[in-house]
Design a protein around this ligand. Structure first.
Ligand code: GLN
Length: 194
């Protein structure tokens, strides 16, 4: 699978990074857990997992990881954020507002399905990636409320954008690492091969 690029990094500060690593293993894609900013030099792309964006933010400011991820994207390395990872990448965060990397021109509302809908499994579609429906797992998920002009919507569920892309930055409000469907991870890997 590896067409000459460095392994894919999985940000392993907090959250469900192990499931992303498992998915990459299943695909046969070399990967490496990233716990420190300096380790970004050893990876060709980065997956930012779901978890608690506020917890990850605390680490970002302490350890310089936020700046390091910004620099990583600036030099053209692809980044894929799922759920909390998507929140961290956004330009604007609501409910409540919080620090963010501002690398993806979207407005995202945290915990937007309401407390009563803790998690759900729905069928969505990613027509540019695959023609069949895609099973999508949402866990205390955010909703993308605004999509900037240069952002492409690659996936929708119940009419809402759930998979978006702006250049080297890809973000999903659902958890593709929690299903058997490899489509989204394979798409992210293809961005490293360009
Ligand atoms: N609710 C979490 C947050 O706001 C995200 C949930 C998740 O990543 N599954 O950071």
């Amino acid at each position: 699978m590896n067409n000459g690029h460095k392994p894919i990094g999985v940000l392993a500060i907090q959250g469900d990074f192990a499931m992303h690593a498992k998915m990459l293993e299943r695909i046969g894609e070399p990967h490496k857990l990233v716990k420190q900013a300096s380790e970004l030099a050893e990876v060709g792309g980065l997956i930012m997992p779901g978890g608690e964006s506020t917890t990850m933010l605390k680490f970002f400011s302490k350890e310089g990881m936020g700046k390091a991820i910004r620099d990583f994207v600036t030099v053209g390395r692809p980044v894929f954020g799922t759920c909390a990872g998507a929140i961290l990448l956004a330009k604007e965060v609501l409910n409540p507002t919080q620090e963010k990397l501002g690398l993806l021109d979207i407005t995202i509302e945290r915990n937007a399905y309401g407390r009563q809908v803790d998690s759900s499994v729905r069928q969505g579609e990613c027509p540019e990636l695959v023609s069949r429906p895609v099973e999508m797992v949402f866990i205390r998920a955010p909703i993308i409320r605004r999509v900037g002009e240069s952002v492409r919507v690659l996936g929708r569920c119940d009419g809402l954008p759930v998979l978006v892309e702006q250049g080297d930055v890809l973000a999903a409000t659902f958890h593709p690492e929690l299903t058997e469907d490899e489509t989204v991870h394979r798409y992210f890997i293809s961005k490293l091969n360009h």
